[in-house]
Every structure is written in C-alpha cells, then in structure tokens.
Design a protein around this ligand. Structure first.
Ligand code: SAH
Length: 210
C-alpha cells in the first residue's frame, strides 16, 4: 500500500477542506508515517478519517483532530511543549516536527513503552522524551512550558497545567463530560488568561486524582 499517497489524500481530503491552513502543520502531517503508530492489524486503516484503537481502551485521535490541536498552538519551532496523554506517540511526533522539544507524559506504562518504540523506529525520538506518569500534574522538572497539548478530556482545566504554562503561552485541551466536550484553546498573555472554543469533540477521559 502506498502510504505516502494516503498521506497526501488525508491532507487534501480531510485537513485542507476543514480549515487546516498552516503549511507547517500540513507538512508535518505529510512527513510522519501514521501507519507506524497504529497496531499492526490496523495499518490499512491508518489514514481513515476516524480515531483508532491502540489497546488498553485508548485511541489514537482522528488525523483532523491532531492537526487542529497542533494548528491552534501556533508553534514557531522554538517551543518546549508538554503533551499529556502520549498514547501511540503520533501526536508527539507531529509536535516534535514543529517545536524544539516535546515532553510527552503517558499514564499507562505499556503505552508509554509503545510510544517510545514507535518514535525510535521512525527516527522521531531525538527531541521527544516520553515519561510514564500522571500528566494532569504537568511535569515540574521541565516547567514552565511554552505550549501544552492535552489528549484526554478533563472535567475542568487542571490547575497545575495552567500554572506550568508560560506567559506568553498556549494550551489546547478538551473539557467536558464523557459525551460532550469542547476543545478549548487557552492563552496566557500579560498575566491574563483568555480562552476560546475551537471545536466540539469526544476524547477519552483524563484520569486525575490517582
Ligand atoms: N496523543 C495520543 C492519543 C492518546 S489517547 C496519540 O497520538 O496516540 C489519550 C491518552 O491519555 C491515553 O493513552 C491515556 O492512557 C492517557 N491518559 C489519560 N489520563 C492521563 C493522565 N492523567 N496522565 C497521562 N496520560 C493520561
């Protein structure tokens, strides 16, 4: 199967028509081999317009959702980014192509190990560190972060994440109940915190207070 062709079709058919216009984001989505981040028996579906199971009850997000979240962060290449919920490592790989450094925290040890393996195999691990742990607490060793990307839905924005966001800085996070969530883009600037809703979405829950 010609995965490069599937990637181009994903960009033309799923991303551009829905408003992903940042050429750097589109380039990153063209460059990262998504098929290497999904379970072997789902490779043919790797570029489907949908989330896919990665085991342990978790999913790799729909390509459009990854692209939208990354676009909302408006990365320039200089940033240190925290990703909460590394899962397969795919989203971290896209962030790694667009920022200086990515710290990706994953709660489930087997998935953290899988993300590390996927990033290594695809040669994307140079500027990405996968940490096993509770990302709702952020990761103080590398804080504050220029950008934070959360891949699981919280009932509200975890205070530790807001604390660990730089000023200026931007965070993208799904907030809401199991079924009904909004993708919030939060920016901290001049001591002020502003937020807008970029989309409605459905993510797996962020596990907190463990
Ligand atoms: N970004 C991933 C999608 C992961 S799905 C990808 O590209 O594949 C969300 C992930 O968040 C799951 O792997 C889940 O285990 C993880 N997660 C849930 N609560 C968490 C927490 N408190 N800290 C870190 N990871 C968490």
């Amino acid at each position: 199967m010609d995965y490069a062709l599937k990637r181009r079709m994903m960009v033309q058919g799923q991303l551009r028509p829905r408003g992903i216009r940042d050429e750097r984001v589109l380039e990153a989505m063209l460059a990262i081999p998504r098929e290497e981040f999904v379970p072997e028996d789902s490779r043919e579906e790797a570029y489907a317009d949908a989330p896919l199971s990665i085991g342990h009850g978790q999913t790799i997000s729909q390509p459009y959702m990854t692209a939208l979240m990354v676009q909302c962060l408006e990365l320039t290449g200089q940033e240190t980014v925290l990703e909460v919920g590394a899962g397969s490592g795919y989203h971290a790989a896209v962030l790694g192509a667009l920022a200086a450094r990515v710290i990706a925290v994953e709660l489930i040890p087997e998935l953290a190990q899988m993300a590390r393996g996927n990033l290594q195999r695809t040669g994307r691990d140079a500027n990405i560190t996968v940490i096993t742990g509770d990302g709702s607490l952020g990761y103080s060793e590398y804080a504050p972060f220029d950008a934070i990307s959360v891949a699981a839905a919280a009932a509200d924005v975890p205070p530790r994440l807001l604390e660990q966001l730089k000023d200026p800085g931007r965070m993208v996070i799904p907030v809401g109940s199991w079924w009904d969530q909004e993708l919030r883009v939060i920016s901290k600037t001049g001591g002020e915190v502003l937020s807008y809703v970029a989309a409605y979405c459905r993510f797996v829950p962020l596990r907190e207070g463990l």
